[in-house]
Design a protein around this ligand. Structure first.
Ligand code: ADP
Length: 241
């Protein structure tokens, strides 16, 4: 699972690029959008939601299963997201523990994945989805992503405590958007502070992704950065991670 604690720190960006990098390395990869109420994965992969009535689709996930559903396929990976089922402007409002648990379990165990590795993009905070992921599902590990802003690291620490309490293995932390290279003078510009709460807590640093407009602009076009030149420095960072 890819976790951050705070919103907007780059979880979905990492989950998507990591899934595609693992696939490029020859693994059969699935990507599960664990952010049930803020599903961004379809947009990042350039997939539009299906034009079907919402309630019947949810009912299929929750109960009336006759055969296992195949995940969506995109860029060689398997994808499941609430965002594939609901129109973009529709707020899902999936709040009860029962519904969150049923949906996440359904997405993992009742979908006909062929993937050997499942990357889960987790929502921010320590709410129901995180409680279910940490407490009820057999996660093999979690990767954190944060900016070096103390506020972001503080939120990540909270999620870290939740994960360690449930005995989930913490693989490491990715530092995101710490700096950007000035396009005019090529100097490094620091964007946040230099908080290192997670590293201080003993979480290994797996890599550093600078701020790069290619990542955000490409994301809005549904073209994740790693699908471009694999020797490009940021794509290489994802490969190292
Ligand atoms: P989260 O899943 O944690 O909410 P996102 O992955 O959606 O965060 O990232 C938040 C925004 O920041 C998105 O618009 C994304 O394209 C952008 N972004 C993330 N990482 C970078 C980066 N290293 N450089 C530039 N933009 C980034």
């Amino acid at each position: 699972a890819v976790l951050g604690g705070k919103g907007g720190v780059g979880k979905s960006t990492l989950a998507v690029n990591l899934a595609l990098t693992l696939a490029a390395m020859g693994l059969r990869v699935g990507l599960l959008d664990g952010d049930l109420n803020g599903p961004d994965i379809p947009h990042l992969l350039g997939i539009s939601p299906r034009e079907r009535p919402v309630p019947s689709r949810f009912r299929r996930v929750l109960g009336e299963r006759t055969s296992r559903r195949r995940p969506e396929e995109r860029y060689g990976i398997e994808v499941v997201s609430v965002g594939l089922e609901v129109p973009e402007r529709f707020p899902p409002v999936i709040s009860s523990r029962w519904l969150v648990g049923s949906l996440l379990r359904g997405f993992i165990f009742d979908v006909d994945w062929t993937a050997g590795v499942l990357v889960i993009d987790a929502p921010p905070g320590t709410g129901e989805e995180l409680q279910v992921l940490a407490g009820e599902l057999p996660l093999s590990g979690c990767i954190f992503i944060t900016t070096p802003q103390d506020l972001a690291q503080m939120d990540a620490e909270r999620t870290l405590t939740l994960m360690t309490r449930h005995g989930v293995q913490v693989i490491g932390v990715v530092q995101n958007m710490a700096s950007l290279t000035c396009p005019h003078c090529e100097r490094e510009i620091d964007l946040y502070g230099l908080s290192t709460r997670l590293a201080d807590a003993g979480v290994p640093v797996l890599g550093k992704i600078p701020f790069d407009v290619q990542l955000s602009v490409g994301a809005d076009q549904g073209r994740p950065l790693v699908l471009g030149d694999p020797r490009e420095p940021i794509a290489y960072q994802f490969a190292l991670i």
